[in-house]
Design a protein around this ligand. Structure first.
Ligand code: TMP
Length: 201
């Protein structure tokens, strides 16, 4: 029997309002148009723990970030084991709209405890490529139609961005300028992936 080549796992990262979801769904469509097996997924998930997180995020105020970090890590284990791993093994390229680095930047950054957040996430592998869409918090908030999320605040977003930038410096994330028009950002991302995967996209 012919062996299936494992797919490639790409995650998209950025502060709220960075255009991450539009960009990752457009990239997914590009993969499909070119005939590559591809799967799009998002965190928090809509599975057991992910649904709990969504309830907390929308209805409960002042939830401690330690508690949220543990929920995000639990959701991720379920997400990886039940979805991502299986798709990769079947040869699908997986595009994750947020993954481990979201917890490192948001909870790790806000708690000033990146190492603890890394530790509680060490039961899932890092993605093959993590792309960080960089945008200033000012511009990101301007882009958002509704300012209502727990992180919709310049001071918090600056701290989260700073943490993302430190991960870029450590070469864990590949940075793309997300202040450019979407079509340009998409082509920048496509170029990075073409080079990494050596494919026509
Ligand atoms: P979204 O805006 O991309 O839908 O993400 C939902 C929110 O959850 C967003 O404000 C970022 C936050 N989040 C964390 O704080 N830590 C995490 O690990 C993940 C996956 C999301």
């Amino acid at each position: 029997m012919r062996e299936i080549k494992r797919g490639f796992h790409i995650s998209f990262e950025g502060i709220d309002g960075s255009g991450k979801t539009t960009l990752s769904t457009n990239l997914y469509l590009r993969f499909k148009e070119k005939g590559y097996p591809c799967f799009y997924t998002v965190e928090p998930t809509f599975m057991r723990v992910g649904s709990l997180i969504r309830i907390h995020a929308s209805r409960i105020k002042n939830v401690p970030q330690y508690y949220m970090a543990l929920l995000f890590a639990a959701d991720r284990v379920e997400h990886y084991e039940r979805v991502i791993k299986k798709k990769l093994e079947k040869g699908y390229h997986v595009i994750s709209d947020r993954y481990v680095h979201s917890s490192i930047a948001y909870q790790g950054g806000l708690l000033n405890d990146i190492e603890w957040v890394r530790r509680i996430n060490n039961k899932v592998p890092l993605p093959d490529l993590a792309i960080y869409l960089d945008i200033s918090p000012d511009k990101a908030l301007n882009r958002k139609k509704k300012i209502s999320g727990p992180f919709d605040n310049i001071v918090l977003l600056n701290k989260i961005r700073e943490t993302y930038l430190s991960l870029v410096n450590m070469k864990e994330l590949v940075m793309v300028d997300a202040e450019k028009p979407l079509e340009v950002v998409l082509e920048d991302v496509v170029e990075i992936i073409k080079n990494r995967l050596n494919i026509d996209l």
